[in-house]
Design a protein around this ligand. Structure first.
Ligand SMILES: [Zn+2]
Length: 291
């Protein structure tokens, strides 16, 4: 049985057709054209899915923001033009395409994808490290979304009580320390000029910035390990490609901070799905009964 998968981003929409085992038969990326507003973007998604043909049994969509899990309505997409408040995405696309449509936050979908097709354990956490920091939590083999559907915002734990203002409205969140923009801001402050994270990774004087960020990430991970004691913690998103430079401090920080019980057995891995995490997450969402 074929399923359709869509990863909706601020600048591009990635779509694919694939099977429940994670293999893709077709794949295409188009510009989002978010300035056109939700109806325009919904029409583009429908057109993309139709262009694959193949009569998919269902469509899964990962979106960068808040979703009402039961209705499939998008509550808020902060990074898309017009911000998509209260858009009935699942219902509109079901009407357009005539197939069931499931919508989920993209980091939660990526967690489902990793669990299904990548590194997997019955109890696991995923951190997506990129422009923002997202996440997801799997407990006893099920993605956990909490009472109101938004559980798993691992990037918005407070790390610094009076830290920088975060995009979420709070202060000092993990995202204000470990995200791409946060690292670039720290680099610019150190060097006295604009700098990209990719360039920072080549500069010895920027090493302390990555070490500090990695230690903060380690503290955040230690907090979650203390709360949930998973077997596995996975790091995905573009920044995970920094490898040891960013992730090196995580293991020793976890060892130093989780003292109530042994944490040596907790595996720390980089995502096995790479830049296909979004699409494979949406495919897992379409094909898996995850509740
Ligand atoms: Zn935050």
């Amino acid at each position: 049985m074929l399923y359709a998968a869509v990863d909706l981003g601020g600048t591009k929409i990635a779509g694919a057709l694939g099977w429940a085992n994670g293999s893709l038969s077709a794949e295409q990326t188009i510009p989002t054209e978010a300035d056109g507003g939700p109806e325009h973007v919904i029409a583009r998604i429908a057109e993309l899915v139709r262009s694959f043909g193949g009569l998919p049994a269902a469509l899964g969509i990962g979106v960068p923001g808040l979703v009402d899990r039961a209705s499939g309505d998008v509550l808020f997409l902060p990074n898309l033009a017009t911000q998509w408040r209260g858009v009935p995405l699942a219902r509109r696309l079901e009407a357009e395409l005539g197939i069931p449509v499931r919508v989920l936050n993209d980091a939660r979908a990526a967690t489902l994808g990793e669990f299904r097709f990548g590194h997997s354990a019955p109890n696991m956490l995923l951190y997506t490290l990129g422009t923002g920091v997202g996440g997801g939590v799997i407990v006893e083999g099920r993605l956990r979304l909490g009472a109101f559907g938004a559980a798993g915002e691992l990037g918005h734990q407070t790390m610094e009580a009076n830290g920088e203002l975060c995009n979420c409205g709070s202060r000092g969140c993990l995202e204000t320390i470990v995200s791409g923009p946060a690292l670039a801001r720290a680099g610019a402050a150190l060097l006295g000029r604009p700098v990209t994270v990719a360039e920072m990774a080549t500069l010895p004087e920027c090493r302390p910035i990555f070490i500090r960020a990695g230690e903060s990430l380690g503290i955040a991970v230690a907090n979650m390990i203390s709360a949930l004691h998973p077997e596995l913690v996975v790091f995905g998103g573009g920044l995970s490609a920094l490898g040891e430079l960013l992730l090196g401090p995580v293991r020793p920080t976890v060892a130093a901070r989780v003292r109530m019980f042994p944490a040596d057995g907790v595996r720390l891995e980089r995502s096995a799905l790479g830049d296909q995490a979004g699409l494979l997450g949406a495919l897992a969402l379409a094909s898996l009964d995850f509740t």
